[in-house]
Design a protein around this ligand. Structure first.
Ligand code: ACK
Length: 811
């Protein structure tokens, strides 16, 4: 085998073709030698993408005259001379060695050991490691098709194996002559109903929409055709997309270019070269969320963006100046009231499904009924459009990234307020229909009003009403109508604030137990005098909690102002706080698995209400076991809104210089950058889930074998398939182990380092109530304990105490 000339030509190879496609144990392919697949379609060898001396091991087409590389092994670590050698090792792996010093530069992994490891370049372009002559793909030790670079060849899977966690996705080259990973990725996103998402870094630039049985909703051209067949598989074990060629002599590939365009191209001949078959994004309407929420894009219209019927621009001035990013808001807001129904929009690309839920067996009618019965559900449609349609796809939260197609668009049923349903309208020439799903008899409504009036009258008799005026953030004055108790009543109820009535110390002062004359038990929070910060938290609590009502939020009964004294009166929770149960050796035995599961579900629902369904849309910012109270039936109630914040319609994140929260529950982006969003609450919820399952506190967690905190410990066990070991021994018999394991999985998803990687609370609620496949969590944020140096976040300032802390910018 000859030596390589010192001068390497652009994308050309000094070739000594080996007439074989296979190398066995300890055999090598040296730089300059080439393996050829049996049918002569592909070659493997070392190449340089430009006239530099960077050498990569790659696979390219043999019959395509323009050198076209489809896979690169050592894309991040090129050799800088021609000493490279590819070798089959006795560990059953493939390794690239730097010939001069036998350093391993790159290596494949192997699922198991093999007696006779052999590497073979298949005619599909797949480089496989197998044991001897075992050609069964199920038994391959490793295959390059599992580690795609920028090219999807026919037969390759784009998607995940949810059992092993293997995620096959495309990543673009940095530039045309640099195969190292660039900015763009194209990946099957497992949140909600899966869809392919093109990202630049972490920002979404394009999505395919969900698979509808025939094609991805955003690829109207992807239908039955004489060139390709398509397959989308989504089951308990895997989810992937792949295509095959009808005529195998066609040379076709799907490539993600360094500029972020995804193209399907076919080789014609030397004169015509690669011809474009399809491309995405195909036009500006494909730019993710161009028209914002509830905006719809039509490429044949000027301007392209319009609000959907029943919606108006959120900021009309910006909208008129073609800044559509803030999208649209409802002309009539939803209130989850009777009479709401759906409007059918036809010919659209379905909105982003990352906040969706699905069921394969429901029909469209059942789908509508389920959507209507859940106040957070905003739209629905059939999951599969074949044979008249089947299955159910539901959206939660705002609808985004919708466009209209001339053909092969889909139907979408969007929830509308009752008053919007009667209006006639047109959705750009397409039929808009009213779909009235539920109706409540007028007798029922009258009865309901009567009961409500009676209840209000009774309440009025009991207490006198007062109004407190407080300033919300941003200076806007908020009048809060709150029943006022007189001081003498409260003082008497609490035995004049006797030390024996003291329940503990809450966010802004002492908490006492009291009993009113009518035998009603109450809890009284008394603002400590001269507490500056306490006063703000007191006001905050009054403003928020007086406006909220949910089964899983603690109920405020009233307030009391007397000279300098300020008090809040709540319903009494006989079982006190969750932390007094789960972290207590004896009391934790009272919490069997079923109770814990119900508690977690209740907290999730309370939080979902705060984030999505409540009028104010609130981020709690201090969710922890101490702030979850339990009533006599052990129903969890989220409490302590002293540092909660409200956020506007489309606003999803905010920044503060004053970081307030509790060690062990704070998300990395909040603790480090002061960035808070609903996803910081999701992080705290995840910590809480893992604490409830394990009976251990995240902060102060210690383990003899490592210095990880509870999150790191849970993740390590999960990765080793030993999640069962996390479960608190006090829970007793477990009848539904898969439910516990599912919860641990959900908990770990909630504590992912990046906010975008965490599910929304609506997804969490769905994950808890369905059997859908869950994504595999990656390593959590803040997963190392004290005394350790490595962490995906900075654990530095955090130490163990359970008190809500405040950190200013100089922290
Ligand atoms: O764990 P605990 O006994 O339950 O100690 C804390 C303490 O006051 C400070 O928050 C208890 N607490 C707060 N609100 C209530 C309530 N509404 N009912 C009963 N106990 C309460 C809490």
């Amino acid at each position: 085998m000859g030596a390589l000339p010192t001068l390497l030509l652009v994308f050309s190879i000094f070739r000594i073709s080996i007439a074989v496609d296979t190398i066995a144990l300890n055999q090598v392919v040296r730089d300059g030698e080439i393996l050829t697949s049996a049918g002569g379609s592909f070659e493997l060898g070392f190449f340089s993408p430009d006239d530099s001396n960077r050498r990569y091991l790659g696979i390219w087409y043999k019959k395509v005259s323009t050198m076209t590389v489809v896979w690169v092994a050592n894309r991040e670590i090129p050799l800088n001379d021609s000493s490279g050698v590819l070798k089959v090792t006795d560990q059953g792996t493939l390794a690239i060695l730097n010939g001069s010093n036998t350093n391993i530069l790159w290596s494949s992994n192997s699922s198991r050991s093999a007696r006779n490891p052999t590497a073979q370049l298949l005619d599909s372009g797949n480089l496989v490691m197998k044991d001897g002559n075992d050609d069964n793909p199920e038994n391959f030790l490793w295959q390059s098709f599992d580690y795609p670079c920028n090219t999807l060849l026919p037969g390759m899977k784009l998607g995940r194996n949810t059992v092993t966690g293997l995620d096959r996705y495309l990543s673009a080259w940095k530039s045309v002559d640099d195969p190292s990973k660039g900015n763009f990725t194209y990946r099957l996103d497992p949140s909600g109903y899966p869809q392919l998402i093109l990202r630049k870094g972490s920002a979404v630039t394009f999505r395919s929409g969900p698979w509808n049985g025939l094609r991805f909703s955003g690829f109207p051209e992807l239908g039955s055709n004489p060139v390709y067949t398509y397959e989308f598989v989504f089951n308990e074990k895997e989810m992937y997309f792949r295509y095959e060629l009808v005529n195998s002599s066609v040379v076709s590939r799907l490539v993600l270019n360094p500029d972020g365009s995804k193209q399907r191209v076919n080789w014609i001949d030397r004169t015509h070269g690669w011809i474009l078959y399809s491309s995405a994004p195909m036009d500006s309407c494909d730019s993710y969320a161009l028209c914002g929420v509830y905006g719809s894009c039509n490429i044949n219209r000027s301007p392209k963006c319009e609000c959907m019927e029943g919606f108006v621009p959120k900021f009309p001035n910006d909208w008129d100046m073609a800044d559509w990013s803030n999208g649209c808001v409802r002309s009539t807001p939803l209130g989850c009231q009777n009479g709401e129904g759906f409007v059918k929009f036809s010919g659209v690309k379905l909105p982003d499904t990352r906040n969706s839920w699905f069921n394969r067996s429901m029909d469209l009618k059942e789908c509508a009924a389920v959507c209507l019965s859940n106040c957070s559900c905003t739209a629905y449609t059939n999951l599969d459009i074949r044979d008249g349609g089947s299955g159910c796809l539901l959206w939660f939260g705002d609808l985004i990234d919708i466009r209209e197609f001339n053909e092969n668009g889909q139907e979408l049923y969007v929830r509308m307020a009752a008053s919007e349903l009667g209006r006639s309208g047109n959705f750009k020439g397409k039929k808009r229909e009213w779909v009235i799903v539920g109706s409540v008899s007028s007798l029922g409504i009258i009865l309901l009003c009567l009961l409500l009036t009676l209840y209000l009258l009774k309440k009025k008799k009991l207490r006198k009403k007062g109004t407190m005026g407080y300033n919300l953030e941003g200076g806007q004055k908020e009048d809060v109508e709150l029943p006022l108790f007189d001081f003498a009543t409260v003082s008497k109820a609490t035995n004049h604030f006797s030390i024996h009535n003291k329940l503990g110390e809450g966010g802004f002062g002492l908490v006492y137990k009291g009993t009113l004359q009518e035998e009603q038990e109450i809890a009284v929070k008394r603002l400590s005098k001269n507490s500056g910060q306490g006063l703000n938290e007191f006001k905050n609590e009054v403003i928020y909690i007086s406006k909220l009502q949910h089964r899983n939020l603690v109920r405020l009964l009233g307030g009391c102002i007397h000279d300098e004294e300020k008090m809040l009166i709540y319903e009494y929770m006989p079982n006190k706080s969750l932390d007094s149960f789960i972290f207590d050796k004896t009391r934790s035995m009272e919490l069997d698995w079923n109770k814990r599961f119900l508690i977690i579900n209740g907290i999730a629902r309370g939080l979902l209400y705060l984030h999505q369904d409540s009028r104010l849309r609130i981020i709690h910012r201090d969710l922890k076991a101490d702030n979850v109270l339990l009533d006599e039936e052990m129903t969890p109630k989220i409490s302590d809104f002293g540092i909660a914040r409200s956020f506007g319609g489309n606003e999803t994140e905010a920044n503060t210089k004053r970081v307030v929260g509790t060690y062990g529950y704070m998300s990395p982006e909040y603790a480090i950058d002061g960035l808070y969003s609903t996803k910081s609450d999701v992080f705290s919820f995840g910590v809480l889930v893992l604490e409830i399952v394990s009976g251990k506190r995240n902060r102060g967690f210690s383990h003899p074998d490592h210095s990880l905190n509870l999150l790191g410990h849970a993740w390590t066990l999960y990765m080793e398939g030993r999640s069962m070991e996390l479960i608190d021994s006090s829970v007793g018999d477990i009848h539904n182990l898969s439910q516990v394991l599912r919860l641990i999985n959900v908990g770990l998803l909630c504590v992912q380092c990046g906010p975008d990687e965490r599910p929304s609370m609506s997804s969490v609620v769905l994950m808890l109530s369905s059997d859908s496949t869950l994504p595999q969590p990656k390593e959590p944020g803040f997963f190392t304990g004290r005394g350790s140096t490595s962490s995906s976040g900075n654990q530095g300032p955090f130490s163990g105490n359970g008190i809500t802390i405040t950190m200013f910018d100089g922290r």
